[in-house]
Design a protein. Sequence first.
Length: 419
Amino acid sequence: MGVILMSEKERKRKAIFEMVRQKRITLSRAAEQSELSYRQTLRVYKQYIEEGDAGLTHKSRGRLSNRRHPHQEKIIARYKARYEGFGPTLASEYLAEDGFEIDHETLRRLLLKHGLWQKQRKRSSHRRYRERKAQFGELLQIDGSIHDWLGIGEHSCLLNVIDDATGKTWSKLSEGETTRVIFEVLWYWIERYGIPLAIYVDLKNVYVSPKPNALSHFERACKKLGIRVIKAHSPQAKGRVERNHAVYQDRFVKELALRKIKTIAEANVVLEKGFIDRLNEKFSKPPRNPHSAHLILEEVDLNQVFCWEYTRKLQNDWTFAFSNQLYQVKKAYGLCIKPKSEVIIRRHLNGSMSVWHGSEKLSFKAISERPVVHAKTTVRTQKTKRASSAWTKTNAFLFQSTSNVRSALTKGMLKKRSI
């Protein structure tokens, strides 16, 4: 049996179609979770039933592309030798005369790939209007607006989340655009409406990790909930929330000035006690599809989702260090963890901390120093030699080795002969 290479998306589809096979979900729900149309889901599911895991993999995997030019290396070598510095169009004409037929656009991509050509300046592209999503909860846009909201000469951040289909919004004022305020706003939205399908964010570190193959705390929380994170590479891409900032900067600032509010806590009370509801009533629009796309929260513990996660290694004495503090994991009945295993430390919004090993929650306590393990001391007692009895002396030959007994018998026989 061969090895089948599957991408993360294909493994996810396998898990979804396995639930369909077990009749735990319908194909319609599977289509939503796989981000495919219903017709495409039927076709892929049929392949999965007939071919197994191989039916989910791309048929071109492991094969050379049919569009790959057969003489790429020769063309690049020829270009370096004779036509270096030529533009792709002119170079393709000369290469054709040399017997290397290649389109100028294909040559341009090859030269860019090998660092032999640079992209030329282009005019700013026209941005076409993107139609709103059809369902409420299909896409959220989230962003922070830095502004002097309280009119005291100090900037604070209003974190704003808006639904793309309806324009319905929710926001909270904070000192900065931090992970904490993002978690608090999303927690409220999910408890009130459900889990959205996707969130549109910019490239700030608080949303997207700058390190390759790494996840920010926000991305990790979205992954637990199955929320797709879409990266916006320009402010215009998420213009819905950017324009909504202007509404808040106009109306909310004036509302706070009228009430003479100068603290963030009082400003958040104004937001929660009717200001946001009035904005939604005035500016929100009905979606084209009246059915909400939010997923049901079910039994998800949001306290274990919206938290800061870190990994530490458990030492041989079942201790670990975190934030300049030493902790001791308490041993429990049936709990078996190998030393040097990784444990997950979660910092929650309420300030508490929990430690996990896989899906097992561990009990722990803070200690000031590592426990000292005392080596066991063994006391050797010298055996007292027993006094030999008369019987032992008479039958001493029984306790001697075979060679000694034979020598003793031989000596006795020689004495008898001499007599």
